[in-house]
Design a protein around this ligand. Structure first.
Ligand code: ZN
Ligand code: ZN
Ligand code: FE
Length: 752
């Protein structure tokens, strides 16, 4: 059988079931998965199979199961065949898994030999992806290779009936990794329990501690202490972007947030992601307002490794736990790097001597439309594959520019890397190259081609071109749509609604609010938003007020923009004169059809956000405004659709005119934000109906917006259309590597 069946205690589990049922034979790893030979009468074999399927170990899953009859051998026992050594390179690399209940119980049992041992694990939990250097998954191929097993650990490791049988990172106080506390200069201050105690004391005092976890260093600070959180913001130069919190328990989370049963399951899952939860309105929370300023949601995770469990048990209050990096760089993974990059930020460093093979950030999920959506796919999820319908030729895809991930195709599996980040810095560039090397290396892949974005200047595109391999460039929004189709196993034809901030268009303009008809790999744009210019180009991404100015200019020209117009409010007179002059001459003012920029324009016109301090802030705050709205249904702002040169063009001018008038009258901003969302939803439905396509793919960064996504899903369903959206991979640019793989695979297949 194939699936997640190696390194998860699968063979000892099969052994125990066979022994209980009196079945003889063997279980062993093979290059493709696990092989079981079982001998008994057919009734007992049937229950054997039923129990295996029903009572799988927590981390195991079976994708495919082949059965054949073989002649009876008359064995007198059931044995476990030789270990993972021959588990070949198609075997899965498993993600890291949160500490299991049995390990937690031992961790806090004073009579247990691993009482408060920060690196305990077993075959049901612990590090995997962050310690694997190469396959097969065997201790000598992990960063645990320098730690020899003590006699007690070895006995556990070799006992098929033990929970730690072949648990590669098995360790204890006597033989495993240990903690050390360092000051900013890298000097040892304390070790072991004393290091932990002093870390807890410093955190109670409001100090900032950098803590080495599974996939990298976090920066931690008391989440209740406004002064301390603001100090972290200043030192990290992170003005307003929300910080994630590490909570001591699910009960503590429930005190501060509304938690649905699905959200609770996600918080406590083996993936243990950060879950976006709505703050409770009925009572104040102890969480400092500086943690997520102006945000009705908090990003919360529960302890997922023994060290975090011990810290949280000791402290009992929520900690800010943010990636140990500067802005959108990759997270630091070794002491030297952490001391250098985080030295100016952290007061102390709690580190350990188990090396991290690769950086893995915390994943972020949000429940939307009744199921989870992964907004950042990393720890717990990467590098589990997405399965294609058919085998692919070996390929590499290098993703986009923002929120970069890379992917490889091996057989039917597409392995998608952990979140790498925005490819803006040398640090990110190195992490990108390492991720490509790791992903290719793990599966010994010789890609036949490299797929990349159509944008000629993306760093990822330039790396693809420099690789010397055949390059296949894929239009950005087509990649979004193909990724969503692949994970939903939907074939064409479909209507793809791909809305995001920016993507290089097939016609050289800046796309981002597109309706694509996609069939196989051929696509045609059948609709878009009406264009408007972005004064200053790239600068408009950080300044929503520029999108507002460009949109109003597109409607009326510069003459109508006088002092007192809401669009002029955030500018100085001189600034607006200069920008209008460049708009009139069409200089440095590229045209866009981007939905993300339209969100920005409306956010600024409503006075919600004129300048963003992080990506997506203006659109998020517009969503929050609509989220706050509690009145009667305000109806949809008009978004009439015209056919121009064979394309549906969504006209937003009337909506913006109404917004400007309402703003002048001092109308309720939350109400207008809601009506704007509804206007967008009705535009999606109308284009879908007029396109004649039944299946509608909702993809791109804009569909991280819950109000837009849920509104579109229910409105499409009311018209008996079939909406599809993301679940396994992010709707944002973190998902496009999958779409690039699909495109390149089909393109090359078609050629052969
Ligand atoms: Zn465990
Ligand atoms: Zn030991
Ligand atoms: Fe995008």
């Amino acid at each position: 059988m194939e699936g997640a069946v190696q390194g998860v205690g699968f063979r000892p589990f099969v052994y125990r079931v066979a022994r209980d049922l009196g079945i003889t034979g063997s279980v062993s790893n093979s290059p493709r998965g696990v092989l079981i030979e079982a001998e008994a009468e057919s009734r007992r074999l049937a229950s054997f199979r039923a129990i295996i399927e029903k009572e799988l170990p927590p981390l195991a899953s079976i994708d495919t199961w082949h059965e054949t009859d073989i002649p009876p051998r008359g064995d007198d026992a059931f044995v476990i065949g030789p270990s993972g050594r021959e588990g070949g390179r198609t075997a899965l690399v498993l993600p890291d898994a949160a500490t299991c209940p049995e390990c937690i119980a031992e961790l806090f049992d004073p009579r247990n030999r691993r009482y408060l041992y920060p690196f305990t694990n077993c075959t049901n939990c612990g590090p995997r992806f962050t310690i694997i250097e190469r396959l097969p998954y065997d201790r000598r191929n992990t960063t645990m290779k320098s730690f020899g097993l003590c006699p007690e650990c070895r006995a556990e490791y070799e006992d098929p009936a033990n929970r730690r049988f072949h648990a590669q990172p098995n360790a204890c106080f006597a033989c495993g990794p240990g903690l050390a506390l360092l000051d900013r200069a890298g000097r040892h201050i304390a070790e072991g329990a004393e290091a932990l105690g002093r870390t807890a004391d410093s955190l109670r005092r409001g100090e900032i501690i950098s803590v080495k976890g599974l996939g990298g260093f976090h920066l931690m600070v008391d989440g209740r202490d406004d002064g301390a959180v603001n100090r972290l913001r200043r030192r990290k130069s992170r003005e307003e972007k929300p910080f994630a919190l590490l909570y001591p328990s699910i009960d503590a989370v429930r005190c501060d947030c509304i938690v649905s049963s699905l959200e609770e399951r996600l918080l406590e899952s083996v993936e243990a992601p950060i879950v976006l939860l709505e703050k409770r309105g009925d009572r104040g929370t102890p969480v400092a307002s500086s943690v997520a300023p102006g945000n009705p949601f908090l990003g919360i995770m529960l302890p997922a490794n023994p060290l975090h469990h011990i810290l949280m048990r000791e402290l009992g209050f929520p900690l800010v736990a943010t990636s140990g990096n500067l802005s959108n760089e990759p997270i630091a993974i070794d002491d030297g790097d952490a001391l250098e990059r985080l030295g100016p930020i952290a007061d102390l460093f709690l580190t350990h001597n188990r090396p991290i093979a690769r950086h893995v950030d915390d994943s972020i999920v949000r429940v939307m439309a009744g199921r989870e959506a992964i907004l950042r796919r990393s720890r717990g999820y990467a590098p589990l594959p997405v399965l294609l319908e058919k085998e692919s030729i070996p390929l590499l895809a290098v993703g986009g520019h923002m929120k970069n991930t890379v992917a490889t195709a091996v057989g039917r599996s597409v392995f998608i890397s952990q979140h790498i980040g925005d490819l803006e810095t040398a640090e990110a560039h190195r992490a990108f190259e390492r991720a490509v090397e790791h992903l290719e290396g793990l599966h010994d892949l010789k890609p036949r081609a490299v797929a990349c974005d159509l944008h000629p200047n993306y760093l990822s595109t330039r790396c693809a071109r420099a690789s010397g391999r055949p390059v296949i460039a894929v239009q950005h929004h087509l990649a979004h749509v193909l990724a969503c189709m692949a994970e939903n196993h939907v074939d064409g034809p479909v209507l793809g609604v791909a809305w995001d901030g920016t993507g290089y268009g097939a016609d050289g303009t800046v796309w981002g609010g597109e309706f694509l008809r996609v069939d196989g790999v051929s696509f045609r744009r059948i609709g878009r938003f009406r264009h408007f210019p972005l004064p200053g180009g790239e600068k408009a991404v950080r300044e929503p007020r520029r999108s507002a100015l460009g949109a109003i200019f597109a409607m009326n020209g510069g003459g109508a923009i006088t002092a007192g117009h809401p669009v002029a409010e955030p500018f100085k007179d001189e600034e607006i004169r200069i920008l209008l002059r460049s708009l009139e001459r069409g200089l440095n003012a590229p045209l866009t059809s981007s939905a993300g920029r339209l969100f920005d324009a409306v956010s600024s016109l409503l006075g919600v956000r004129h300048i963003s301090s992080y990506e997506g802030q203006a659109a998020m705050e517009l969503e929050f405004a609509a989220h706050r709205f509690r009145g009667d249904d305000p109806g949809a702002l008009p978004m009439p659709i015209a056919v121009e040169e064979d394309e549906f063009v969504v006209h937003w001018e009337e909506a913006l005119r109404l917004i400007v008038d309402a703003r002048r009258n001092g109308d309720d901003i939350d109400r207008l934000a809601t009506a704007f969302h509804e206007g967008l939803v009705s535009a999606i439905v109308e284009v879908a109906l007029r396109s004649g396509e039944k299946r509608v793919i909702l993809t791109g960064g804009c569909f991280q917006n819950r109000i837009l996504l849920e509104g579109a899903i229910s409105a499409l369903r009311r018209e008996n259309l079939e909406p599809y959206w993301h679940r396994l991979i992010p709707p944002n640019d973190g998902g496009i590597a999958l779409g690039q793989i699909v495109f390149a695979g089909k393109r090359l297949n078609a050629k052969e």
